[in-house]
Design a protein around this ligand. Structure first.
Ligand code: URA
Length: 448
């Protein structure tokens, strides 16, 4: 293994010295960062060396300069897309995207993308697959018969010009360093690091070429960063990175201590999204969809647009149907239904006062909805339907959850994930179970 290189006339860099610098709590130089990210992407820095560096970063952190340099190095590991040439009726198209840091029942991308596109804005949603307890947008959409996640760049550009909305897999050449680093972080216990989360998310979004970006930064038990002050730090770090790269970036801090909506899984989340697009759906999913849509439309120069009107008048649904059909999907086809369904009932009368998002996400994963290794297949049919959320009254014997799976043997594991995942008490009116926490906790914009 060649792990040494002269990166600057007076500095010889090798993997062990980079690791030792960070292990000792010192700053990495720009040259060290550029060298190690490039070397790892090209296979010259070994995974065990990068694992060690990731753990040192996890424990010691990185300052804003290091984070900015690391993000640039990840962008430079691949191709940066240019969306400025997109046109409709001869006029340039404004682009705006959204990214969520991931949560349980977080299907917001599905209704949000066509909703915002229905205002004449282009929304290039390059999405990922689920890993662990959080679901993946592409996994969810693949439960629609015929729909394909892989589209060429030419197809993506054409769809943005014609339909305005595209949700598809990121090409292999978009921040390839992140693909390798994410896989390693996932198996080395280093996902939940603010610098590593910020650089991972922002390198892909900046490389994608969007003009504006709205971030949904989750906090609470179902989020990567359960602590609210960590979520705020992640949000401000990413807003600054976006701003410095010329992308109008804002963030909402939102609660993820309770699952979003009533459906957690794949096909079941698509069905709930279609309800929202049809003007119905659970109040929390609608609230967050509209809040993010308003931010995106504002960032796109349409501060007075009323996204609720397009859910009510069918324009968002028309946009969804065109988006699904453009990628081979049949928006009218019935969604797959699980062979086995098992109801979990309440064991007493009372009010549901708490429901742990993480536990419900784990249950959906154990039913077959998620993967434990990259590349594993997931079950479109798997998921959990929630019948009562915090604040709802319930009687003993009434359904709390319905578990959906193709494989009956998975039910016991899902049931054990849900043991202790909710509380039923006498009285109590706490709607969201965390001190009556609102869903949207704050918004973060660039200030310096
Ligand atoms: N999503 C990303 O893109 N990267 C992470 O590190 C976590 C969530």
């Amino acid at each position: 293994m060649t792990s040494s290189l002269g990166a600057a006339s007076d500095e010889v860099i090798h993997a062990v010295s980079v690791i030792a610098t960070k292990r000792g709590g010192f700053e990495l130089s720009d040259a060290q960062i550029a060298w190690v990210v490039d070397g790892f992407t090209r296979g010259e820095v070994a995974p065990e060396q990068m694992s060690s560096l990731l753990m040192a970063i996890y424990l010691r952190g990185m300052n804003r300069r290091e984070i900015a340099t690391w993000t640039r190095a990840m962008i430079d590991s691949g191709r940066r897309m240019d969306l400025t040439g997109l046109r409709r009726d001869g006029r340039p198209l404004t682009t705006v995207d959204k990214h969520s840091t991931g949560g349980v029942g977080d299907k917001i991308t599905l209704p949000l993308t066509p909703l915002v596109a229905s205002f004449g804005v282009a929304v290039p949603q390059l999405s990922g697959r689920g890993l662990g307890h959080t679901g993946g947008t592409l996994d969810k959409l693949e439960s629609i018969p015929g729909w394909r996640a892989e589209v060429s760049t030419e197809e993506m550009f054409a769809q943005l010009e014609q339909v305005g909305a595209v949700i598809c897999a990121a090409g292999a050449d978009l921040a390839p360093a992140d693909r390798k680093l994410y896989a390693l972080r996932d198996v080395t216990g280093t996902v939940e690091s603010i610098p590593l989360l910020a650089t991972s998310i922002m390198s892909k979004k900046i490389a994608e070429g969007t003009g504006a970006l709205v971030l949904d930064v989750k906090t609470g038990s179902g989020a990567f960063l359960p602590d609210e002050s960590d979520a705020r730090e992640l949000a401000s770090t990413m807003v600054e990175l976006g701003h410095d790269a010329g992308v109008d970036t804002r963030a909402l801090i939102t609660d993820m201590s309770v699952p979003l909506g009533l459906a957690v899984g794949n096909a079941v989340e698509v069905a709930e999204s279609v309800e929202v697009l049809g003007g119905g759906g659970p109040a929390d999913v609608v609230e967050l969809t509209l809040a993010l849509a308003r931010e995106m439309l504002d960032a796109a120069g349409l501060p007075d647009a009323d996204p609720a009107s397009h859910l009510a008048n069918g324009r968002a649904m028309d946009s969804w149907r065109s988006m699904i059909a453009a990628q081979g999907g049949d928006p009218d086809a019935p969604l797959p239904v699980a062979r086995h369904q098992e109801v979990v009932t309440a064991d007493r009368d009372g009010i549901v006062t708490d429901m742990d998002a993480r536990a419900v996400g784990d249950a959906a994963w154990r039913l077959g909805g998620g993967r434990s290794k990259p590349g594993e297949s997931v079950s479109a049919e798997a998921g959990v339907i929630i019948h009562a959320k915090p604040g709802d009254p319930i009687r003993a014997g009434q359904p709390l959850f319905t578990l959906h799976t193709q494989d009956e043997e998975r039910i016991a594991g899902a049931r054990s994930s849900l043991d202790g995942a909710f509380r039923i008490e006498d009285g109590g009116t706490d709607r969201r179970g965390a001190g009556d926490r609102p869903l949207i906790l704050d918004s973060v914009r660039f200030t310096r």
